[in-house]
Write a protein that binds this ligand. Structure first.
Ligand SMILES: [Fe+2]
Ligand SMILES: [Fe+2]
Length: 224
């Protein structure tokens, strides 16, 4: 199955307007980058083209572009889905998007993140949820997972790994799991390497003396 239909030139014009709005809004935000929005849009298209249920391309792409618009405002990140729904509603109304379409897009924006505590229900809502989730996986997801975090690198990494395992389990479609698995494979070998390096960084001062052959005989005897 591909999309339920193709985009009209008028819709393409509107989506380009959305893209400009989102690009501008994210440029002023310090929490989320515009490349994430484009990646989620690409992921959403990939997923929608491979699933059995029909998806409207305009609603899908508009939802993907607007999904993190709530992050363009300095708010507590947990409510960015809900706030994004309100911002999207106002913006879409200003663009004369019909009420029925607005409603579908805003629902997808609100439900794209588990932090909204309202799980996705419709196919397009699940597509956007999965598309967003996929950008938290793989090498780029790992890098994004470190951005803006405070605390030790060990803690950030171990929290990241636990969360991503949960994320993978929440994916809705086979194609999402396939894409997710491929992304996780990127990290195989890389994660143990980072863990080993982090462990090395935490070597005690005495371990360093040993490794660098700085222990005199009396110290070696004391050590035994
Ligand atoms: Fe989000
Ligand atoms: Fe996102």
């Amino acid at each position: 199955m591909v999309f339920s239909r193709q985009l009209t030139s008028k819709e393409i014009e509107i989506l380009i307007r959305f893209q400009e709005f989102v690009k501008h809004a994210h440029a002023e935000s310090d929490s989320h980058d515009y490349s994430h929005v484009l990646t989620v849009t690409r992921n959403a298209i990939k997923i929608a083209k491979k699933i059995d249920e029909p998806v409207d391309p305009f609603i899908c792409i508009a939802s993907a572009l607007l999904h993190d618009i709530g992050k363009s405002k300095p708010v507590f990140s947990h409510i960015h889905g809900l706030l994004g729904g309100a911002i999207a509603e106002e913006f879409l109304e200003g663009c004369n998007v019909p009420a029925k379409m607005r409603d579908k897009i805003c629902r997808a924006v609100i439900r794209h993140t588990p932090t909204s505590m309202i799980p996705p229900e419709t196919t397009v809502e699940k597509v956007i949820f999965d598309a967003d989730c996929l950008d938290r996986l793989g090498l780029m997801g790992l890098i994004r997972g470190f951005v803006g975090k405070t605390g030790s690198m060990e803690e950030i990494l171990s929290t990241y790994l636990v969360k991503r395992e949960k994320d993978y389990a929440t994916l809705h479609f086979e194609i999402s799991k396939e894409l997710g698995e491929w992304k996780q494979q990127e990290l195989e070998g890389f994660i143990p390497f980072i863990q080993k390096r982090l462990e090395d960084r935490m070597s005690s001062i005495k371990d360093i003396f040993k490794k660098e052959n700085l222990l005199g005989n009396d110290a070696k005897n004391n050590d035994n």
